[in-house]
Design a protein around this ligand. Structure first.
Ligand SMILES: [Zn+2]
Ligand SMILES: [Zn+2]
Ligand SMILES: [Zn+2]
Length: 764
């Protein structure tokens, strides 16, 4: 074992038992010289292998490409962990003792066998959009109750025809006990509706006419697996613009569905891991670097070097994409940030004025499940939105937990439940800003509690008194544990990396409620067994206008400069504000009215983006920071700006004022925004290195929305490693607020356990 060795844990579910899978794993691991073990359990096949990272990646790829012919993988979960020093590879005895909690599988992308039948004119399911089998098809999106049996799914109203019934009852058939089994005779079917709900065409004719409408540039709402997509020709700029206007979504990138992997690779850079994820049973949206600028209409993802791309994952999508042969925008069927629409009658109402036509079907969707979003970082999957294909698979934690419910934060909300060593994280719910989102939040809580028959002993939530999730938690009649937002981020990262305290957590995001009543977001927290401590933070500054400053980076810039120069800040920001705005802002700052104090790293990104002339007002959360990251592409520099750390004080303060002075100097000298962006990112990384040195702890966990930033995360990992630290980042749980619920569960657990009090703050 060398210092750079790692351990990979795989949990594989599907037709992998009794098909020679364990001997295959044994041979493969032995051939590659990897150590570890393989084990069958009620939860799936567990594998742990140790070795160097390249060989481990090769192992994971070959598990999928070289597997025995009869093995079929429905889900493959991968976590990279610290090595424990295995010396052999062994087949371990089956584990019968595991927690017997019911496992609900996520929805699984169409398998190769079903795909073949779909396009075989001789097959009785030729062109049938609801084809599925034991290895693929809907699961989480159709289950109404457990056990997973047809009468407990939304397929209960479809009586199987004799031929389907025969397949369903034959143990040798691929459709043996395939609960959603169906055929054109007995199963769900398609209809095309106009905006009044009048049926224009049925079955395959409906699909052909929908395709025709898309070709003509119209907007079609398509009912898929876990909800509606709004679909439009991605090459047609006028059509995409029309969708933006109608959906009230100005610049936030749209996701794309491509007909084939070949076309994806023609338009985007795709490495081996990205290809694996694109084609996986999870089939998420993968963020890919575009290489062909003209491949899709400019309005699909304005000023964005990435495209969010997925491949067809249901027979309906395969049929539609084969008919079209070009990429489509396939964005959530909703208005702005509301939850995705799942019912065709509701869609007529909620998507009125957005969609021209509705391609619908009569298989009800039990619960909304959005498309997941993944980015590949340092050869690993980083889940940014956890939904279809991933939810509701549990995250396995080290120690058994009491039965807790966590209600998440405010943005990108998810909720979580703990059962034994498993934490079930709900599908992405969204920002709890609209009545629809709040309804969805309540529905998902009732739903997950019902499915797992879960009676929580306590509920964990954020400390922010104004979060609707916090208020909901206090209204449940259960003991409440409030877990500080940035502590929850770090606990979440620790849980999925199986880290023991003490850990230095770098918790950077836009906004979170601090224990001193100010807005935190540039935090360095030390988590010990006895509790946590705010070891250091970014120097605070005022945000003129509070929440409005989140939408207007120029206000963050003003706050930063006001901290440095007082009223002189206005002279430096002549261009950014009108005369009357300046008057108003000056009064606010002088009198301290509606100017909350923040240590947020996200707002520091905004301030630099504004000063560098990148963006003064954003159209969606995190836009300015994203654009600052994009500017670093292709810039090769290790230069960083100066900063200082006030050692001795508690907590220590990272002073960015020398950096800001240097940024202003650069701007004056006409240094390019790209170089300023790179130097700024590098400075933030050096700040983490400086604090890590001061803290003197080996393990450093990186979490919070800022660590969705690839440049920041990769560089922080590299520099911390060079300096002798062990950095950890997220993998299967989002670094953004979608991962907060897991951290709240961990914090809630330590609260109810007498010897670990990680959630409790120690102040000196
Ligand atoms: Zn299948
Ligand atoms: Zn049938
Ligand atoms: Zn956060």
């Amino acid at each position: 074992m060398t210092g750079s060795d790692a351990r990979v844990r795989l949990i594989i579910r599907g037709a992998v038992q009794g098909v020679g899978f364990r001997p295959f794993i044994y041979r493969l691991a032995t051939e590659l010289g990897l150590k570890g073990w393989v084990l069958n359990s009620a939860q799936g096949v567990f594998i742990e292998v140790e070795g160097n990272p390249e060989t481990l990646q090769q192992f994971v790829r070959r598990v999928q490409t070289d597997k025995p012919p009869r093995a079929f993988i429905q889900s493959l979960e991968q976590s990279v962990l610290d090595p424990v020093g295995y010396t052999t590879f062994e087949i371990r005895h089956s584990d019968e003792s595991g927690e017997k909690s019911a496992l609900i599988l996520p929805d699984i992308a169409t398998c190769p066998d079903c795909l073949r039948e779909l396009f075989d004119p001789a097959d009785r399911r030729y062109l049938y959009p609801f084809t599925n089998c034991t290895n693929c098809g809907p699961r989480y999106s159709i289950i109404e109750a457990l056990p997973y049996d047809r009468p407990n799914t939304t397929m209960k109203t479809f009586a199987m025809c004799p031929r389907c019934r025969e397949e369903y009852e034959n143990p040798l058939d691929r459709r043996f006990h395939a609960q959603p089994n169906a055929c054109p005779e007995c199963g769900p079917h398609l209809e095309l509706w106009d905006e009044k709900g009048v049926c224009l065409a049925k079955q395959h004719e409906a699909l052909l006419r929908a395709a025709e409408a898309i070709r003509e540039g119209r907007i079609v709402a398509v009912k898929g697996l876990g909800g509606f997509h709004l679909v439009v020709d991605a090459r047609n700029d006028a059509a995409v613009r029309r969708l933006r206007v109608r959906k009230r979504r100005e610049e936030k990138p749209f996701a794309l569905m491509y007909p084939t992997l070949e076309m994806v690779t023609a338009h985007c850079g795709v490495n081996e891991e990205e290809e694996r994820v694109l084609r996986s049973p999870e089939s998420p949206i993968v963020l890919l670097r575009r290489k062909e600028e003209e491949a899709v209409a400019p309005s699909v993802a304005p000023n964005n070097p990435y495209l969010g791309v997925m491949l067809p994952y249901t027979p309906l999508h395969h049929l539609l994409m084969r008919e079209l042969g070009f990429p489509i925008v396939a964005t959530s069927g909703n208005l702005s940030d509301e939850p995705i629409c799942t019912d065709e009658h509701e869609a007529l109402h909620r998507l009125a004025g957005i969609a021209d036509l509705f391609l619908v079907h009569n298989r009800p969707i039990a619960r909304h499940v959005d498309d997941s979003v993944v980015r590949v970082l340092m050869g690993r999957e980083l889940v940014l939105r956890r939904a279809r294909g991933y939810a509701p698979l549990p995250v396995l934690v080290k120690e058994p937990l009491p039965r807790l419910l966590a209600v998440g934060a405010h943005l990108k909300n998810t909720v979580a439940l703990s059962v034994g060593r498993q934490v079930f994280i709900s599908q992405h719910i969204g920002d709890l800003e609209t009545p629809q989102a709040l309804d969805a939040f309540r529905r998902v809580i009732a739903d997950v509690k019902g499915l797992w028959e879960h009676q929580p002993q306590a509920v964990a939530c954020d400390m922010h008194p104004d979060y609707l999730s916090t208020q909901a938690a206090h209204g449940m009649g259960l003991p409440v544990v409030e877990v500080q937002h940035h502590v929850a981020h770090i606990l979440s990262c620790m849980a999925e990396n199986e880290l023991e305290p003490p850990v230095l957590g770098v918790s950077w995001d836009g906004t979170g409620y601090g224990t001193d009543g100010t807005i935190w977001g540039g935090e360095f927290l030390i988590l010990r067994e006895q509790g946590w401590e705010r070891f250091a933070h970014l120097r605070p500054f005022r945000l003129p206008g509070g929440d409005r400053a989140i939408k207007e980076p120029r206000r963050a810039a003003l706050g930063v400069l006001y901290e440095l120069f007082g009223g002189g800040a206005f002279d430096l920001l002549q261009q950014a504000f009108t005369e009357s705005e300046r008057r108003l802002l000056r009064r606010m700052l002088q009198q301290g009215v509606n100017t909350p104090v923040t240590s947020s790293a996200g707002r520091l990104f905004d301030a630099v983006a504004s000063l560098a002339g990148v963006r003064q007002v954003v159209n969606f959360e995190g836009q300015a920071a994203m654009e600052l990251e994009f500017l670093t592409h292709g810039v090769r520099t290790d230069e960083a700006y100066p900063f200082s750390l006030s050692e001795g004080a508690s907590p220590q303060v990272l002073d960015w004022s020398p950096m800001m002075q240097a940024v202003l100097q650069d701007i004056q000298e006409g240094v390019s925004p790209s170089l300023i962006a790179a130097r700024f990112h590098n400075t933030l990384v050096e700040m983490t290195v400086a604090v890590a040195r001061a803290a003197g702890l080996e393990r450093v966990a990186l979490s919070g929305g800022c660590f969705q930033n690839a440049y920041l995360t990769e560089r922080a990992v590299r520099r911390l490693t060079e300096e002798g630290f062990r950095p950890y980042w997220h993998q299967r749980v989002p670094p953004n607020d979608g991962g907060i619920a897991l951290g709240q569960i961990m914090g809630g657990n330590t609260a109810s356990c007498p010897h670990t009090l990680t959630h409790r703050q120690i102040t000196s």
